[in-house]
Design a binder for this molecule. Structure first.
Ligand code: KG4
Ligand code: ZN
Length: 343
């Protein structure tokens, strides 16, 4: 079973051909980062326009690299939620056109489910059930992956996502967008104990996160230092902040794993590329005797191969859509597109 997959939820225009959910025949990613950098973040309208300009070429390249034609693929998978609405609509409409013209099934894919599925590509032996930490620019979740298409949300952020807090703190100390990556690059030159940041208290669920207070704390520290003419040591701040975020994520994740009896831990989303988080997870999983699965760096960020991987399992579960499929800016990860359409 070969799927042509399309991803346009944020600032990457991507297409891929994936076989049986596990083998990547081709994967093309056109990133718009350089253009958005000058504005300090993603400008939604620019993102939509660039997707519109590049989606055809990126898709044609993915088919060519996989040495197959549209008539040879078995289905068209597309990210339909969550993400920037204008950006998603470009991919959804393009995928609909392809499905209509080729008489192939159209498979809508939740972007976050796609991030989780990146691990199926990298780790052939990995199968649900497992506990997954999903950390991206817009989301931070602890998810129980019960099977390929059934998920239970165990914990979530109450405010900012982990990646968002990295980006906002990075911006306050002058790093270009996307800040998380740039903070990570210098963090190993700094001292994790140089700055002490309090861990946020979250009422209610012990598995929920909150990053907004921590982010504000750091930004206030930077502003106060600026007013007093005190220099901020960027490497130390990057190291201390990264260490704090990694500790908060790991503490909640390992608490959930212990309470729910999971011994297989999977990590997904852009922030799973963070070296401090990867090191801490590796160390703590080793201590606890848990199996740890991390996506390789080239599959941490947005790509269409992961959408093709999840799309295969959605197709197997009969989760296809008709030509009325619409994109959604937000969507709970544990709901199907069919359920959402009925609401
Ligand atoms: O999953 P992703 O590519 O896009 C979304 O679905 O949001 O995640 C992007 C986020 C950005 O906030 C980016 O700064 C963050 O992931 N990120 C990192 C690193 N690489 C990407 N944050 C910390 N350390 C990294 N190495
Ligand atoms: Zn993403």
């Amino acid at each position: 079973m070969k799927l042509l997959a399309i991803e346009t939820s944020c600032d990457e225009t991507a297409a891929a051909v994936v076989e049986n959910g596990r083998r990547v025949c081709s994967s093309v990613v056109y990133t718009q980062i350089e253009e958005h950098k000058q504005y300090g973040g993603v400008v939604p309208e620019i993102a939509s326009r660039r997707h519109t300009e590049h989606i055809h070429q990126v898709t044609a390249q993915a088919l060519q690299d996989a040495a197959c034609t549209l008539s040879e693929v078995d289905a068209i998978a597309v990210t339909a939620a969550p993400g920037l609405i204008g950006a998603l609509l470009v991919g959804v409409n393009f995928a609909k056109g392809l499905a209509l013209a080729s008489h192939k099934p159209l498979v809508p894919v939740n972007h976050l489910r796609g991030h989780i599925a990146a691990n199926y590509i990298a780790h052939p032996e990995l199968q649900p059930p497992f506990l997954c930490l999903v950390v991206s620019g817009g989301h931070s979740h602890i998810i129980e992956v019960q099977d390929y298409t059934h998920f239970k949300v165990i914990g979530r952020t109450r405010d900012d996502a982990a990646g968002e807090s990295f980006d906002k703190v990075a911006r306050s100390i002058g790093f270009p967008y996307p800040g998380g990556v740039n903070m990570d690059k210098v963090s190993h030159l700094g001292d994790i104990h140089a700055y002490h940041f309090p861990h946020p208290k979250v009422d209610g669920s012990p598995y929920d996160f909150s990053f907004s207070g921590l982010k504000t704390n750091v930004i206030n520290l930077v502003h106060n230092a600026g007013q007093k003419g005190v220099e901020i040591h960027r490497e130390n701040l990057a190291a201390s902040f990264g260490h704090t975020v990694a500790t908060i994520l790991c503490d909640k994740l390992f608490l959930a794993a212990r309470d729910l009896g999971h011994r297989t831990i999977v990590v997904a989303g852009g922030v799973s590329a963070n070296s401090q988080l990867r090191a801490m997870l590796t160390e703590r999983c080793k201590q606890a005797g848990y199996a740890l699965y991390l996506p390789p760096l080239n599959l941490c960020g947005d790509n269409a191969a992961m959408i093709g991987a999840q799309g295969y399992y959605e197709l197997m579960a009969g989760n296809t859509a008709d030509m009325e499929l619409n994109a959604m800016a937000t969507m709970p990860l544990d709901r199907s597109f069919a359920e959402m359409a009925k609401l």
